[in-house]
Design a protein around this ligand. Structure first.
Ligand code: CP
Length: 304
């Protein structure tokens, strides 16, 4: 398959190969000259129909470190605003001899739809509440780096599970690699189908934290909610926010993760986010090597 549309379309062997390739690129980007010439003949378009800091810049840097030509498209300043469709937009970009498209879109399934209608390799950089595959890959890669392996690790995902593409992609990736996964959050933000994915549920944060080796603290995605799913932000923080007092009261040193952007003081306090137990900036750093690996492996399947 010439696309990365979701973790659910991958196999464990695919993840192993991506990580092995990322190990090589991580070594490359720590050299004084951080580039390889591998993709000098490839052109990649980054299409962002929704805001992003980490994913957009990380993909752009990954592409440049592989020596690909790169064009960036932001829907907010494009002819999408004049009514141009997604397929027309992408076909016009592809007419400029573009080989690969990285797309973030607010609608679940947008990447899958695009892959059926255009002739290019598509990487999903987050499609609404559906999947964010490269985030889950860099998250697992960071757990593997910190704890040696993902298999057998107890990973807790806390917060707005219902609206989180990060949660869904992480669940698929972690289960595939043999981790145990638990989610914790307000009942209203945990979808009913979650247990059918082999995930357990705990609504008491301290109990859930006492169980885990790794806690991935998610942002409440107010932009995806038509209604409020809990009384107030302060009440959410009181029940599901991670602070230093809770962290220090646990009987072990857990690893703290966050995909960003952080709402400091809501799902996590600054003293936790900036503590030695947090690997939040390692996740960001690993994102470049993991995205290099994904792009490199997909490019190897393009006829050129
Ligand atoms: N983690 C993540 O997707 O962040 P951005 O929205 O800034 O890309």
């Amino acid at each position: 398959v010439n696309h990365l549309l979701g973790i659910k379309y991958l196999k464990k062997e695919d993840i192993d190969l991506i990580f092995k390739t990322a190990d090589h690129f991580k070594e490359v980007i720590n050299r004084p000259i951080k580039k390889v010439p591998s993709l000098r003949d490839i052109t990649i378009a980054n299409l962002f129909f929704e805001n992003s800091t980490r994913t957009r810049l990380s993909f752009e840097l990954a592409e440049k470190r592989l020596s690909a030509d790169v064009i960036n498209f932001s829907a907010a300043s494009s002819s999408v605003k004049k009514g141009e469709t997604l397929i027309d937009t992408v076909n016009n970009i592809l007419a400029m001899k573009v080989d690969m498209v990285v797309m973030r879109h607010p609608n679940p399934g947008a990447g899958i739809f695009l892959s059926k209608h255009v002739d290019a390799s598509i990487i999903n950089a987050g499609d609404g509440t559906h999947e964010h595959p490269t985030q889950a890959l860099l998250d697992s890669y960071s757990i593997r780096e910190k704890l040696g392996e993902v298999k057998g690790k107890k990973v807790l995902i806390v917060g707005d599970i219902k609206h989180s593409r990060v949660a869904l992609s992480n669940i698929f990736a972690l289960k595939m690699q043999g981790a145990e996964v638990k989610v914790c959050g307000p009942k209203t933000l945990i979808p009913k189908y979650i247990e059918s994915l082999g995930v357990s549920v705990e609504t008491n944060l301290v109990k859930a934290l006492e169980w885990c080796d790794v806690a991935n603290m998610l942002r409440v995605q107010n932009e995806r909610m038509e209604i409020s799913y809990f009384p107030t932000t302060r009440e959410y923080t009181q029940q599901f926010g991670l602070n230093k007092q809770i962290l220090d009261s646990l009987n072990k040193q857990i690893v703290v993760m966050h995909p960003g952007p952080i709402n400091r003081g809501v799902e996590i306090t600054s003293d936790v986010a900036d503590s030695k137990q947090a690997i939040i900036l390692d996740q960001v750093q690993n994102g470049v090597a993991v995205r290099m690996a994904v792009i490199y492996l997909l490019a190897s399947k393009i006829n050129r």
